[in-house]
Design a protein around this ligand. Sequence first.
Ligand SMILES: [Zn+2]
Length: 577
Amino acid sequence: MENKRNMSFDVRAVELHSPYAWDYNWIMMTMDFMVKAEMNTLILHRNDYVDLIIYPGRYFGYDGEASDTIFDTYSQIFRKLYKYTPTRRSGPYQRRAFLKRVLVEAKRRSIDVYIQNKELFFPDIILEFYPELVQNGHICASHPFWQEFLQIKYRDFFREFPEISGIITAPATGESRVSIKSNRCQCSRCQSTKKEEWFDHILRAMYQPIHAAGKKLVVRDFVFDPEAHKEIAGVMAQLPEDVIISLKNTPHDYYPTFPNNSRIGQVGQHPQWVEFDAMGQYFGWGIAIADLTEDYRQRMEYAKAHGVEGIIIRTDWESLDGHTAFGTPNRINLYAGSMLAADLTIPDEQIYMHFLETEGWFPENRKGNERKEAMMWFRRIMGKTWEAVSHMLFIQGCVISDSSLMPVSYEHGFWLAEEKNSIKDWDISKRDVLLPEKKQLEVNLAEKELAVKQIAALKQAGSNPPEGLCKVKTTWLQERLHLFELYGGVYKTAVNCLLLSQYLTETKEDRETGYYDEKQRQWQSEMKALQKWEKTLRTLGEETDYTPHIIYTLLDPDRVSCLYHKLLEKAEQGGGK
Ligand SMILES: [Zn+2]
């Protein structure tokens, strides 16, 4: 028993990040899944969640007692609400009732609930009440009002929702409504405020009312570059020791080709949680199937060895409404993530067997050996999907995709790979991967060739299912493998066009060796293939009705057409021989 405890994480969380966080039926489905999967924490992540659910009363002329509910506040301020924010008048108390129901159901299932957001966020009306917050058209990030606002906001929130276990927040990204990171205010106070100081003020203003309510503050160590890491790392180290630090499993974002996040284990005495993505924002949305069982195991072992107490599995993504890991073969990641978080020693076979049993893949009366054989078949396919995706959507680990979508131009592609999502900042051995040189180019083109071969092999393996599985399930998997192959084919062509364009316009190597001409011909043939893909995808859109609908977002012929024309323009501008 003790041994098992040593190999499990105390906090095992599921995160909803899309509008599903406001969908009652969806939350009930998720919590039922969690109970079966022994997950104990639900995270509702929307940047404006808290702001949509309380007024706060003080800014409408009411600052009542600790025992008041939202209705007491409302009874005092309804006229002012109606005058200033008519659409925000009834929203907060309706949403309060929604969340109260969620919390009753969570308690029945022994599930803790956290709200996750990015600070600073606030309702627009605040700017009308306090015009001094805007200086020359820019919201002033360093105005002392914000600290007071945060204290009131979280005081009111926890008065209303003592059932909530805590707040998870990220202050150091450009995705907040106001942040010193993206601050454009030119006032002298902003100019002289250090970023570190601002983070410290914001986090301490939040900590005070959250701590006073007996709740947890979880701060995400979530930044986009090593410089920002340094700015916030010092501030975090100084926070009270009961502040939990939450870190992505990889640095910058959910890129499974990146090394472990080196901040794990480096946060002083603070408890740590580590975050994982199951849906696949950067690894194909489940349309390119990516079973991360092996990756999760290694990274959770690393986390365990570095003192981590909590694991978060994200199921969906704020920028892709209506899509979720629950709706694709990446559902396997929800099983692997939860089962490994509960027991790191669990063998893969048990994870796959549990998945097939729970998801109804076995017809009744199947014997043990038939089930085992069927499980091994399923495992052989799923277990190799991530490797194929790593070669398809990445270039030797570099992220040449826009959250799994293909780049729309040459500049866009290399901006994604070398600047926005650069792996070089974290893994110096990747420095030369995208140099326009024969040696690198051949390795990169061969990698794409390998990707389509690996996907084709998976599709082939999927076409011969064993007797021991339900036909309706294996047919579904075959269809998913077909779509995977389609996506892989388009993606390979797009990346080849980009790589060849780069070599032809930018290489400093000798252009008279014959190799250059050969690559020119290859570029022409890949560009023709890209044009053909555009037509194929247009037909796909017209003649099929696959779900989820985001298949057509990933395989958008207009996006392919844009890339094709931009690459053609670039070639015409010259830079060639
Ligand atoms: Zn300012």
